[in-house]
Design a binder for this molecule. Sequence first.
Ligand SMILES: O=P(O)(O)OC[C@H]1O[C@](O)(COP(=O)(O)O)[C@@H](O)[C@@H]1O
Ligand SMILES: [Mg+2]
Ligand SMILES: [Mg+2]
Length: 332
Amino acid sequence: MSSGINTNFKQYLVSAKPKGAAIPTGLQDLLLAVVNTCSTLSHEVAQGALIGLLGSAGSGNVQGEVQQKLDIIANDQLMDGVKGCHSLAGLASEEMELPVAVQGTGDYLLLFDPLDGSSNIDVNVSIGTIFSILKKQDPSAPLQTSDFLLSGRHQAAAGYVVYGPQTTMALTLGDGVVMFTLNKDTGEFLLIKDAVTIAPSTKEFAINMSNMRHWADPVRRYIEECLAGTTGTRDKDFNMRWIASMVADVHRVLSRGGVFMYPWDKRDPKKAGKLRLMYEANPMSFLVEQAGGASINGTQTIMDLQPTDLHERVSVMLGSKEEIDRLKQYHS
Ligand SMILES: O=P(O)(O)OC[C@H]1O[C@](O)(COP(=O)(O)O)[C@@H](O)[C@@H]1O
Ligand SMILES: [Mg+2]
Ligand SMILES: [Mg+2]
């Protein structure tokens, strides 16, 4: 495997014209740096135990979660991979309490979940990296934590890379969604799909059913109706999937439709949800909306939420539009 410099992806960035305009070179450089790092990470993930990547790191993150070795390795490599980007004012990660200044000033802010699906690392199930790039409001002002507290509507780009049987990236620059697959022989991402769309109706949902007794009534009603299938009001049978890596579950939704949910539940009522608004929900919502789907927390559109904390959590329901509309109606 060659380390790859992603010339194909670079070429894509040079020639793409989202909404008719060229991608600013600062954004191109940043995206390329992220994607190059993910090429390397993909190679390392595939080596797993052979290079000592599996297992717990014996530490905890700011969220109070046990960190896996790969959570830390992916975080460090992403930080290292983007440190030379001149347009990057700063970055924030699910794994770090505070943001890190890169250039201190600049047009962009990078947020990432370096390794999504941590519980799947040691069992060889798909995991991934999720990233969100925000346009900094005042590029020349020195970086502050509050600079990151922008709604998802301020994202200039968002995407994920899923390390599965294939390593595939989904990317949006605010004008549709495209997908690339990594050629593992060359380390190059190649465009495989443009104009990715999520069909408005579906017969597939994804939720951790073991939490059923803790759900709020609207979520319970929705899932009970899906489970009743042709014997109930929905009059169609539903299939269920739950990979427990958001990145892989959302990849399935982008690939063949469906609904993905990690709703608020009564286990810890003060917590808005499990998933993180800035590192998981916003970038995934941007992709889903750009593919013609929808994304809500129950009552509100996720991309419109004004964050108040870098590590804020949120209830998530996203995917095929008709199902999300139904869920919203049940919550109203
Ligand atoms: O184990 P659960 O409760 O089903 O949670 C699974 C969810 O947790 C996550 O793994 C959280 O992400 P991290 O691995 O980045 O902490 C999601 O990817 C996934 O949807
Ligand atoms: Mg995650
Ligand atoms: Mg993570």
